[in-house]
Design a protein around this ligand. Structure first.
Ligand SMILES: [Zn+2]
Length: 210
């Protein structure tokens, strides 16, 4: 199906200085600094300073695996595909295999986890995450990627089993989606990370086509 006339759902976070950041850490907040403007007789120019994990972003294996691959190794072809948005808004804590099974995961290239995280624009230390056994189920499904509306796909579990098991199985991880206004179902999914190189993540625009 073509793109013209289809409904576009922007499922990215808005990047602004007040955006929520992981554990509210000061050093993770973006900064917009005006360098010149019309009042000073020049054009308007802004310098932005941005954490690679700010807002909606794609993680690369280097984030969690010593010697892992960096962000430019992920080709755009892998970032465009069919995605199933799964309603797990009833889940508190870790999303399990049973939660994913119940929601009908597995028939698309991506699954996107719609949780309570999508309904809060402040960082929740008790954010909903993908439990290690849920990650194992994703691996068993053999899908390409998993997206979450939390700023992390796990809540700093010791040894990061969710991140590491997914990355070792070559399953892509997108964090910081906004799915409040999206009904569960199947969509075309496009993820467009900034074209950065040599690092472990990149902020991204993400959208669905209805
Ligand atoms: Zn990340």
């Amino acid at each position: 199906m073509g793109i013209a006339g289809r409904k576009i759902y922007d499922i990215s976070m808005t990047i602004e200085e007040s955006i929520q950041v992981y554990k509210n850490k000061e050093e993770k907040k973006p900064e917009f600094k005006n360098m010149s403007n019309h009042q000073t007789g020049s054009v308007h120019e802004t310098r932005i300073s941005l954490d690679a994990h700010c807002g909606t972003h794609l993680d690369a294996p280097l984030h969690m695996i010593d010697g892992g691959e960096t962000i430019e190794t992920i080709p755009l072809e892998r970032l465009v595909g069919r995605a199933r948005v799964i309603d797990v808004t009833h889940v508190k804590g870790g999303i399990t295999k049973a939660d994913l099974e119940q929601a009908g995961a597995g028939d698309t290239e991506w699954i996107l986890l719609k949780t309570q995280n999508s309904f809060s624009e402040t960082f929740d230390f008790e954010f909903v995450y993908l439990a290690a056994e849920g990650a194992q189920y994703v691996i068993d499904l053999g899908i390409r990627g998993v997206g979450t509306d939390g700023l992390g796909i796990e809540r700093a579990q010791p040894e990061y089993p969710t991140h590491r098991s997914l990355m070792r199985s070559d399953i892509l991880i997108v964090e910081g989606l906004r799915l409040k206004d999206v009904e569960p179902g199947v969509y075309d999914f496009v993820l467009a990370p900034l074209k950065l190189t040599g690092i472990e993540a990149a902020p991204a625009r993400a959208f669905l086509l209805g």
